[in-house]
Design a protein around this ligand. Structure first.
Ligand SMILES: *Cc1c(COP(=O)(O)O)cnc(C)c1O
Length: 832
């Protein structure tokens, strides 16, 4: 009897369900079920929250169905799997994306209408999943969408931060950070999976044990363990039945018995220890493009790497047994920057200490499964962790890193005998008062592939930062130019343009963006141009409404919408943008307004909370905006707004309503940029430097459809020794007046001297960002853009050409290249 029962349970055939209805009535029925029975609300409940939750659960169960089918298909295919390891996934909202990819926007909208509700209004209830800083985290999110759309067996691994990217308030023109407790009302898009909990070790000490057969083994003892509990998020492909997984780890204390083992008799200290464990996943570090060396951050990194690798290992052993001969052929880990690069020594540890492999065997496996993506050339962003900190937190890992380094340096010494300087340059350990682990070098040595994220960036990497490694292993280095997903960044955020395009070239471009080139000839069709212009106009109305609501500034949609939204950083040169705004203001005040083009300048972005100059630049933008907007002489000629709390959901309104996309970083500093691609796809024209992917955008659209300016990366480096901003200012009256206005206190009447550090930075011969150097050519390019904007038909033509040439910048193309060049995964179709 007992046996029969367990057999019945283990077959679980009841899981084979008939598919849920995807039509209006089916959606209505399930909505009502969730609202009344699952959530327990009734007709007196007026809160929008539960209506959102009911529709979210209705959609979620349709995802789960496809999720299970996808998992079955992957298991049946017994296929190679890719893993995208990232400390950040900047997902934004899930609902609209799920509806689009499931192909049920229409029936769901109608179902809600039948119940007297507005779907878009419900969608507004969802808070952004802001588990990332900016471009790097958003790239990870776009990649997951493309992997699912291409039906590649790829799983994302990340951290389930309790608090995501901070909410930015502007008070008195200054940034104020508010915590983002995004999980407060629960998250219907995640599923806790405690059955796959892992244990991650910290601290303790290492001991070498001599085995009876004369070999040695390593024990990592007296550790303080933390549990890693996975929460899975479904990642739907575009109308193809595939739903992949993003697995996010939450830290939890091991059980109480464990705690009082080293805390005997002390209940409160015991409970406090629990907090320490759970702190690991409490908060996202809000530093974009700069590391900050805090121990908690290193803990987060190891926590992600260890939990994820153990998870993969557990599945491998469950399905294949404790045999690792084919492990490398069947698994590939892509490291999103050096943040998860503890994965290299951790995989070595798991293979050797837990599975008993020898060093050479384990190293062969590790170095054929790890691949590393570099995201920046900025020296302040290159991660280094002090050796003592490593020893304290992960002593066993440090031992392995030192051994990796010793063997690596022996290889270098054999190749370049007697070249001590080269050894010091290439060592994973940087010598100095305190030794440091160079995480980028660890990632390069441990990986079979190292890629940059745009052609220029990859080129600069092998010429500069990684030159020695390129000489040693040229075959490891490659480029994968970034992209963005056309589902969220065109179809979802710009339904007007998508419908218009689909009416003329079919809707195939959403799944295959190369086909959007079919719209290029339509640039010559006056009727199409009129329709295009009308869509842009409507999108500008939508953006103007956001600006009015959020900033209290009235943007007239007849004007040129000139937009720069991205993290605030000196290398991105929001300051150059402000100087141009001041220049325009100066022209208006001097009456130099013949053939004027009305302009609405929008700037948005968060500054790292400890980044003094970035925060001061925000203050300057807001002060300039106030003076300009309050000056009756200016009127509609110029409006300036700083949009608070820039995030994914804001960008979904911003990029469709933009005319001019500001991509004005100091050449050689922006690895790729992806905001530039979102704008282009939605028909904005770029004003930009020859930096990152701007170069490739310009290649695609041609010089006539791009406003290029500024020094090249080579010229920037060449100028450094002799850079003389005072000379530049003195020889250019327009810039001289701008600097005088700044110094005069016009923008800080009652805040004496607050912008002096900005003036000093611009005037410094050591200014790394060379703001003054590019001012003249920037103003010239801006003038050209303004003139072009007044020729409306010509502008609309450029706008169409920009969209039509954006095919390259789909992450479907990027991911296909990762797959063909690095991962070698076979697509798998789930049963439908
Ligand atoms: C796309 C995006 C970014 C990256 O913008 P860049 O201009 O490439 O720096 C940053 N934040 C958000 C919210 C984005 O959507």
């Amino acid at each position: 009897m007992k046996q029969k029962k367990s057999k019945a349970l283990s077959s679980l055939d009841f899981c084979d369900l008939s598919p849920l209805s995807m039509d209006q009535q089916g959606l209505v029925d399930d909505f009502i079920h969730h609202y009344c029975h699952h959530l327990g609300r009734d007709k007196y409940c007026s809160s929008m929250r539960y209506r959102y939750q009911a529709i979210a659960h209705t959609i979620r169960e349709r995802l789960i169905e496809r999720w299970n089918n996808t998992r079955y298909a992957y298991i049946n295919a017994d296929c190679k799997t890719g893993y995208y390891l990232s400390l950040e996934f900047l997902m934004g909202r899930a609902m609209g994306n799920a509806l689009l990819n499931l192909g049920i926007c229409g029936p769901t909208g109608e179902a809600m209408q039948q119940l007297g509700m507005d779907l878009e209004e419900l969608a507004e209830q969802e808070v952004d999943a802001g588990l990332g800083n900016g471009g790097l985290g958003r790239l990870a999110a776009c990649f997951l969408d493309s992997c699912a759309t291409l039906q590649l067996p790829v799983m994302g691994y990340g951290i389930r931060y309790e608090y995501g990217m901070f909410r930015q308030d502007i008070k008195d023109g200054r940034q104020v950070e508010e915590p983002d407790h995004w999980l407060r009302d629960g998250n219907p898009w995640e599923m806790e999976r405690p059955e796959y909990t892992q244990r991650v070790r910290f601290g303790g000490r290492c001991e070498i044990r001599r085995n009876d057969d004369g070999t040695q083994s390593y024990c990592w003892l007296d550790t303080h363990d933390v549990l890693a509990v996975p929460y899975d998020i479904p990642i739907p492909g575009y109308r193809n039945g595939t739903v992949n997984t993003l697995r996010l780890w939450k830290a939890a204390a091991t059980d109480v018995f464990d705690l009082d083992e080293f805390n005997a008799g002390s209940y409160t200290e015991s409970v406090a220890m629990k907090n320490e464990a759970e702190n690991i996943t409490m908060v996202l570090y809000p530093n974009d493009a700069s590391e900050n060396g805090k121990a908690l951050r290193l803990r987060q990194q190891y926590f992600l790497a260890s939990a994820s690798l153990q998870d993969v290992m557990e599945r491998w052993i469950y399905r294949q047994g404790k045999v690792f001969d084919h492990f490398a052929e069947r698994n590939c880990f892509q490291l999103n920057d050096t943040h998860p690069s503890c994965a290299v020594p951790e995989l070595m540890r798991l293979l050797m200490d837990e599975q008993g492999l020898g060093w050479d065997e384990a190293w062969a496996i590790t170095t054929s499964t790890m691949a590393y993506t570099n995201h920046t050339l900025l020296p302040e962003a290159l991660e280094k962790w002090s050796v003592p900190l490593f020893r304290q937190l992960m002593p066993r890992l440090l031992d392995i890193i030192l051994e990796i380094n010793a063997r690596f340096l022996a290889e270098v010494a054999a190749r370049w005998p007697g070249d001590g300087e080269r050894l010091a340059r290439m060592s994973i350990i940087e010598e100095g008062e305190v030794q440091q682990v160079r995480m980028a070098y660890l990632a390069i040595v441990g990986s079979f592939s190292v890629n940059g994220v745009a052609a220029l960036h990859s080129e600069l990497l092998v010429q500069g930062l990684f030159r020695d490694f390129y000489e040693l292993w040229p075959e490891k280095f490659n480029n994968k130019t970034n992209g963005v997903t056309p589902r969220r960044w065109l179809a979802r955020c710009n339904p007007g343009l998508t419908t218009l395009l689909a009416s003329r070239i079919g809707d195939g471009f959403v799944a295959d963006l190369a086909r959007i080139s079919g719209a290029a000839p339509l640039a010559d069709d006056p009727e199409f141009r009129a329709a295009w212009h009308a869509v842009k106009k409507a999108n500008k109305e939508r953006l103007a409404a956001l600006v009015r609501e959020q900033c209290g500034v009235a943007f007239n949609t007849e004007g040129l919408f000139d937009v720069q939204v991205k993290r605030i950083h000196e290398y991105k040169r929001q300051l150059l943008n402000v100087l141009h705004v001041i220049h325009l203001y100066d022209r208006i005040k001097r009456g130099d307004t013949a053939d004027w083009t009305n302009r609405c300048v929008l700037i948005g972005g968060k500054a790292a909370p400890g980044y003094y100059m970035a925060k001061l630049i925000i203050k300057l933008i807001n002060n300039v905006a106030r003076v300009v907007n309050d000056d009756p002489e200016v009127g509609d000629r110029l409006k300036v707004a700083f949009l608070p709390n820039y995030r994914v959901t804001a960008m979904e309104v911003i990029c469709p309503g933009t005319d001019l996309s500001e991509q004005i970083s100091t050449a050689g500093k922006e690895a790729s940029g992806t905001g530039n691609m979102k704008f282009m796809m939605n028909g904005a024209i770029t004003i930009g430097t020859l930096d990152g992917a701007n170069i490739e955008i310009r290649e695609e659209v041609g010089d006539d459809n791009f406003f290029v300016f500024g020094l090249t990366a080579e010229e920037v480096e060449g100028l450094r020794k002799s850079y003389n901003p005072a000379g530049i200012v003195a020889s250019y009256p327009d810039l001289e007046r701008v600097m005088q206005l700044l110094a005069s206190g016009r923008f800080n009447m009652f805040e004496k001297g607050i912008f002096d550090p900005i003036i000093a930075a611009i005037m410094s011969p050591a200014d790394p960002w060379m703001v003054a150097a590019d001012f003249r050519s920037y103003v010239k390019a801006q003038r050209k853009a303004a003139e072009k904007y007044r020729a409306r038909e010509a502008w609309t033509r450029m706008s169409i050409i920009n969209s039509a040439r954006s095919g390259k910048f789909s992450t479907d193309r990027t991911i296909s290249e990762y797959n063909e060049g690095i991962w070698h995964l076979r697509p798998v179709q789930p049963k439908r």
